[in-house]
Design a protein around this ligand. Structure first.
Ligand code: GTP
Ligand code: SPV
Ligand code: MN
Length: 597
């Protein structure tokens, strides 16, 4: 049952890249282990101490290749305005020509691996099939974890099924010849010159967000940068929510949280469905249903420890690939704010010898692990993985949550007034930049729905699509906004975060069921005093007031930022968003901050 289109395309790409041989990935254990041995022999992977880390490997990327390079990421549509002002755009012909030069002969002396993969359970009508061609064993082994890959996918594809054509070569890992190109109109992705996660695991951000968001626009569904989780209450009822936070702003941590003791004692449980991507459709029952298209985690290592995220720690004990963490001479790994004391010595993410206490010329401590060091692990290994995680229909959403990393201004939680106001709130989200993207740490940028780097088309059309979806949903989830990162005057987080975030989720879900009290502010509803369960939590006096405060004048300034952000879309911006901006401005002008406390 050969797919002629696939055969022809593989031949054509091989003629361009000129590999020494072509190997089809079948998903078997034998083939995987042979690839692991080969990568260990070449130095591409290091086998960790197998008693301590069974089935685990270590990989280090090039020092200039440790995060997604948004500046080298392009949407290549025939018309520039279809990519929109927030994306880099290149003419498709020019893009194919330029990248074609970099790909030309790039796999000489190397093997081209053919990785057929399914985003979503294999064979589900909602899943999408892709095929990635790559010259990196590291990429193959990661794809075998984060996607469902191998022979079964070819069977599901059939003789004339269509698929996303994903071409990747490390080439020379030259940052000046690095391009991450998306051709939504051709269902094609070309990535060259990188070996870092989001740039090269083409099923992930490239297909499941950029290409999928474009497909979703035309097919009437949503591809979102969202975790999906279930919260089981003491009565055994499980409610699901999806939450969009920008990169390195807490999705993996929230999706696997451990309830604080009083909640645990009463029987609350968390069920992880996904930690990064959600495909959301309208179900026959009039609710939204969300599927996690991935089968693994590609999570941030630093900060992961048995207090902050014991479930992640349990997930990565075996069959895990560690990238850019600290490696010790005896085959162990470590990262900042990880488990235990730092080792006496080791090799840092950049390949240099490392020991605790090293500092750079300016006196800043030199980390052993890169702040964006990652682990790749099968989601099936997560101790609290939801029994529904592979359900092809997904799970029904009771709430959608947006959130960013803002040390000031934005309250811990508020509920928006309705879908349209929720879309406005998502569209004007902002966050301080993290190590997950190449750029200046800490700078605040607008990141609508956490999709700024991941929307495969004009973001004005994306807002319109969200608004239209809202008109089609008979039983829409309520939309909330959270911020775990507000700080006090001394620069400390006001909210403990992590497991204690369940307190906020609990209010959100009780609100969605019409069971929790709130007071109205211009931004939306915030918990009424006593409605957020703070049992067993020792917050300093006044912290809760600070966490929920709405500063009228600062928000009026923020609104001007919203308008500036919207301006770039010109007349393509849905007028509803400007109306929402005006309405919010009026609410703020009539508001005295005191009435909230
Ligand atoms: P991507 O995989 O890049 O999309 O990131 P993510 O959104 O899954 O973020 P992740 O959960 O990996 O968290 C990133 C960083 O935020 C880690 O250093 C965490 O320790 C920190 N973090 C997560 N949740 C919280 C929280 O509730 N409060 C605080 N203060 N920090 C948090
Ligand atoms: C992110 O940056 O949002 C990630 C990691 O989840 S990456 O796959 O590199 O995009
Ligand atoms: Mn992400």
């Amino acid at each position: 049952m050969e797919n002629k289109m696939l055969q022809n395309w593989v031949q054509e790409m091989a003629q361009l890249c000129k590999p020494e041989q072509i190997v089809w990935i079948d998903g078997s254990r034998e083939q995987k282990e042979a690839l692991e041995r080969e990568a260990v022999a070449s130095g591409e992977l290091i086998r960790l101490d197998q008693r301590k880390w069974p089935g685990c490997f270590y990989h280090r990327t090039a020092v200039n290749d440790v995060a997604r390079t948004e500046n080298l990421t392009y949407i290549c549509t025939r018309r520039e305005e279809d990519a929109g002002p927030t994306n880099n755009w290149m003419d498709p012909q020019e893009a194919y020509r330029q990248a074609g030069e970099y790909f030309n002969g790039a796999m000489r002396g190397r093997t081209m691996y053919v990785v057929p993969f399914s985003m979503g359970p294999i064979g589900s009508p909602f899943s999408k099939i892709g095929v990635e061609l790559t010259d990196s064993i590291y990429v193959v082994l990661n794809m075998l974890i984060v996607t469902r890959a191998g022979r079964e996918v070819l069977a599901a594809l059939g003789p004339d099924g269509d698929f996303t054509r994903c071409l990747h070569s490390k080439a020379d890992l030259d940052i000046n010849k690095r391009l991450i190109l998306h051709f939504p109109e051709d269902n094609t992705i070309w990535s060259v010159g990188s070996g870092y996660g989001g740039n090269v695991l083409l099923g992930k951000k490239c297909l499941s967000l950029r290409i999928a968001s474009y497909l979703g626009l035309h097919e009437g569904w949503l591809a979102e940068h969202m975790l999906i989780m279930g919260v089981e209450d003491p009565s055994g009822r499980v409610d699901y929510l999806a939450a969009a936070f920008p990169s390195a702003c807490g999705k993996t941590n929230l999706a696997m949280l451990v309830p604080p003791k009083p909640f645990r004692d009463r029987g609350y449980k968390i069920w992880t469905v996904g930690d990064d991507i959600a495909w959301i459709r309208l179900g026959e029952d009039g609710r939204l249903w969300a599927v996690n298209p991935e089968s693994g985690l590609f999570g941030v290592a630093p900060g992961t420890n048995s207090r902050s995220n014991p479930n992640a720690l349990a997930t990565i004990r075996q069959n895990t690939i560690f990238t850019n963490v600290l490696l010790t001479d005896d085959g162990d790994v470590w990262w900042e704010q990880g488990e235990g004391e730092p080792p006496a010595a080791g090799i840092a993410w950049d390949g240099s010898r490392w020991k605790p206490g090293l500092a750079d010329a300016a006196g800043n401590p030199l980390p052993g692990a890169h702040p964006n060091a990652r682990f790749t692990a099968p989601l099936a290994q997560c101790p609290i993985v939801s029994p529904e995680w592979e359900n092809p229909q997904g799970v029904p959403l009771s709430a959608i949550v947006f959130g960013g990393r803002r040390s000031t201004l934005v309250p811990l939680v508020f509920e928006t007034f309705d879908w349209r106001h929720g879309v406005y709130t998502g569209a004007t989200m902002s966050s301080e930049l993290t190590a997950a993207q190449f750029g200046t740490l800490g700078k605040v940028r607008r990141d609508p729905m956490a999709m700024l780097p991941f929307c495969g088309y004009n973001m004005a059309d994306y807002f319109r699509h969200w608004l239209e979806m809202g008109r089609r949903i008979p039983r829409p989830p309520r939309i909330f906004h959270v911020n775990w990162f507000r700080k006090d005057a001394s620069g400390s987080f006001l909210w403990p975060g992590f497991g204690d975030n369940l307190r906020v989720l609990d209010w959100i879900l009780r609100r969605s069921r019409g069971e929790a009290g709130a007071i109205e502010t211009p931004l939306g509803y915030i918990p009424a005093p006593g409605e957020l369960n703070l049992e067993g939590l020792d917050l300093p006096a006044g912290a809760m007031e600070q966490l929920l405060a709405v500063d009228r004048d600062l928000w009026l300034e923020e609104l001007a930022e919203h308008r500036r952000f919207f301006e770039q879309f010109g007349s393509r911006l849905p007028s509803e968003l400007l109306e929402e901006n005006k309405a919010l401005e009026n609410r703020l002008k009539n508001y005295s901050s005191r009435s909230a406390s």
